[in-house]
Write a protein that binds this ligand. Structure first.
Ligand code: TGC
Ligand code: FAD
Length: 406
């Protein structure tokens, strides 16, 4: 934190006022001042947990392609699962607090935020919104305690951007559904106790809860990723997999149901991307403060200052976008195209900031011991999943022109 003496002449900026700029995180526009005490407390608690429990191990997890599953019970203990839901042992937080949780998780690593996004937005949310009372009672308390882990199967091997043409199908046979097909690139697939699976039926798209161990349902990890290495990514296979009618989500009808879940997960990415960018900015700033070249510290060089200033500018605008989105979501006035615009902006920002920070660290920046290259590689997934950058541009373009150009 630095104190700057106000230099403005208007009444809003008195001559002697001291404005405190948080340049370390950065929080240049003092988003913190807009938070309630409760939101600030949630933020601080999760930030501390990430500092103490995630940062010491995450580089090694990334290097060894290992998801730190041992942290999941601690995340449950902190109330991070079903965080915005009411009842069922969930925390009932507002969407700003939830966003700040996601920001801090992704400051640790996109793998942890991914786990949080999937458990919250892609599994607990559809059960809460579209499930029967029996399904909610069975799964939500267990998922809040992380005694049950979920995954979300929408993307297929033949292409994820156009899920309306999915090939996985479910056929009604007596009182059961028989599912055939495959899903690909599924976060948590092999470690999930229950998969929320979307399949085409004669009536259109429907959602099913498929439990681990159901005959005809198998999973396999996708190895050798250069991105999201501290996250489990899997394939799901359905070969005459039979589930009872009571496993169908009764209120999910049509493609709008899975797409509404994507809006929840995209919202969490809007915030998460900020955390990844903040981590990269901090490391670049710390390095520039101590590196001496041509007889001066890097922070004394104009070009380095311009690059740091540009990072701070882009992080600040992303924060304000996320905060306004959270407010709209709490007021139930958020449109999904606003989330698309923000996901596009904030992930692009984080990818560019991570790449810039990686470069400013010189050769050392290619080591896993420096966080920017890990975040940069992760952002290559984050800019692809939950709708590619192109898809979000086309969604916003459609809203502007009323012409679908997919
Ligand atoms: P379209 O006609 O646009 O929509 C069909 C119906 O759905 C409604 N809708 C949405 N509702 C809520 N949220 C959204 N984001 C929605 N998008 C559309 C829409 O209003 C309509 O409703 P209704 O009542 O009129 O029927 O459908 P389309 O087939 O033209 O699709 C267009 C497109 C391209 C936008 C859509 O297919 C799309 O979003 N594609 C991208 C797919 C995607 O993002 N997949 C992500 C898979 S999950 C994942 O990546 C998890 S990563 C997890 C992690 O680790 O963090
Ligand atoms: P494609 O849809 O084949 O797209 C290929 C290229 O074509 C992209 O550049 C795209 O932008 C471009 N493109 C597409 N349409 C157009 C167009 N109309 N005009 C111009 N260009 C276009 N999915 C899940 O369901 N659940 C998960 O848990 C999940 N987790 C994931 C985890 C990771 C680590 C990754 C990498 C992916 C995950 N996904 C998940 C899948 C993800 O949602 C898809 O990868 C994404 O939707 C894109 O689909 P695709 O990879 O098949 O690319």
């Amino acid at each position: 934190m630095i104190g700057l003496r106000g230099r403005g002449t208007g009444s809003a900026c008195a001559e002697d006022s001291i404005v405190t700029l948080d340049i370390e995180n950065p929080d240049f526009m003092n988003l913190d001042s807009l938070l309630t005490d409760d939101e600030r407390q949630v933020h601080a608690t999760v930030a501390r947990w990430v500092d103490e429990r995630v940062l010491p191990i995450i580089a090694e997890c990334f290097e060894r392609e290992r998801f730190p599953r041992e942290l999941v019970p601690e995340m449950a203990e902190l109330g991070l699962f079903g965080a915005t839901l009411h009842g069922y042992g969930c925390a009932g937080l507002n969407n700003i607090a939830y966003g700040l949780i996601m920001q801090e998780l992704e400051r640790g690593d996109s793998g942890l935020r991914s786990f949080g996004s999937v458990q919250n937005g892609l599994c607990m949310y559809p059960i809460y919104r579209y499930g029967s009372d029996e399904q909610k009672d069975r799964w939500l308390p267990a998922m809040a305690r992380a005694e049950a882990i979920g995954c979300f199967g929408l993307t297929e091997p033949d292409g994820g951007s156009d899920p309306g043409t999915m090939k996985t199908h479910a056929r009604k046979v007596g009182g059961d559904w028989v599912i055939n097909g495959a899903k690909m690139w599924i976060t948590n697939g092999t470690i999930a106790d229950v998969a929320v699976v979307w399949a085409m039926t004669e009536q259109g798209v429907r959602g099913f809860l498929v439990e681990r161990g159901t005959p005809g349902y198998t999973t396999r990890d996708i190895p050798h990723k250069f991105s999201l290495r501290a996250s489990v990514t899997s394939e799901l296979f359905f070969d005459d997999c039979r589930v009872p009618e009571r496993n169908r989500l009764p209120r999910a009808e049509g493609l709008a149901a899975p797409l509404s879940c994507l809006t929840q997960a995209r919202y969490s990415i809007v915030w998460g991307a900020i955390g990844a960018a903040q981590a990269c900015y901090r490391e670049a700033l710390a390095f520039a403060r101590q590196r001496v070249l041509f007889g001066k510290r890097l922070i004394e060089k104009q070009i380095i200052q311009q690059r740091l200033a540009n990072m701070a500018r882009r992080i600040s605008t992303a924060q304000l976008l996320a905060w306004q989105l959270g407010r709209l979501k709490d007021l139930e006035k958020m449109d999904y195209t606003q989330v698309c615009l923000a996901k596009w902006n904030n992930v692009r920002m984080a990818l560019d900031v991570a790449r810039e920070a990686r470069d400013m660290l010189g050769a050392g920046g290619i080591s896993v011991e420096c966080c920017p290259i890990r975040h940069m590689l992760n952002m290559e997934s984050v800019i692809t999943y939950e709708g590619t950058e192109t898809i979000h541009q086309l969604i916003v373009g459609r809203a502007i022109t009323d012409q679908a150009a997919f």
